[in-house]
Design a protein around this ligand. Sequence first.
Ligand code: TYM
Length: 330
Amino acid sequence: KKRMLSGIQPSGDLHLGNYLGAIKNWSDRVNDYDCFYFMADLHTITVRQNPADLRKRSINQLAQYIACGLDPEQNTLFLQSHVPEHAQLAWVLNCYTMFGELQRMTQFKDKSSKHKDNINAGLFTYPVLMAADILLYQPDYVPVGEDQKQHVEICRDIAQRFNSIYGDVFKVPEPLIAKTGARIYGLNTPGDKMSKSNPDGCVFIMDDPDTIARKFKKAITDSDTENCVRYDKENKPGVANLMNIYSTVTGKTFEEIEKEFDGLGYGKFKPAVGEAVIEHLRPIREESERLIKDKAYLNDVYMQGAEKAGYIAMKTLRKVYKKVGFYQLT
Ligand code: TYM
């Protein structure tokens, strides 16, 4: 079986962008791959976190992964900080990554302009830790949303550079970007990706049905007076975003959607998208609420995940240490 690996930062509650861009893409494929999914808690502290909140989200996010269909029996689910090899390999890879390469990362440019008071070294070397996350497990594919593509590409460059010096140490992975859902925009900001920093335009997977309905009712469609559900990303980005969401949760094509709402206008379309999302998320929310109460079970999943992941990570790290010339005792 081919291997997949991906992660999400527990820096906020999971939202529809994370779900449609990443998790749904993971859970649709669990049977065909050997899968590793983790919570990237090490990455979150590049921005200041409230420790109690981070701790709580790190366990809640596990419940949500499982509720989204990632069965811990079939998938290795773990917390990044439970496997020390991530930080250890990141150090080695730091020495095989160029300053200029990191300076060109769009996410660094973005975040360093937003958090001017805290442009720390971790924020700068963030993609190296992400490369370590990936390369430790030798996956074939890394399923992510579009905004993470550049990070998977630098990971490939680092792996190739290392391999060209030391032989075939790392498998060079491919990003796997979903056909629909790879870039979900904020409901009230069709030009910006959906993100937790704009909660009004962001649907969280734990939002209750009324909240979701309200957010969709207020979604921005477009400024023309056409009032017609038609896919036109350039001129009608708000409508295109809603169609993309509707298509991803229902499996309907854009053509089918245009037909379904022919002559009905946005007044019918927006609540229908909201309704489809509510129904899609309902079982996930209910199952998460149930699982969150069972801390013993969740801890057990984390323990087993760390053990399985740690074993593979340890083997890769040993190989790397040997290649670069660290003296080993065995
Ligand atoms: P993060 O935590 O920002 O996002 C997690 C996943 O959700 C996707 N995503 C979106 N997809 C579509 N539309 C959106 N509006 C949207 N917002 C987020 C992201 O593309 C991502 O797939 N650096 C990573 C976490 C990470 C990682 C890794 C991923 C750390 N190590 C190793 C893969 C492999 C991040 O910050 O994603």
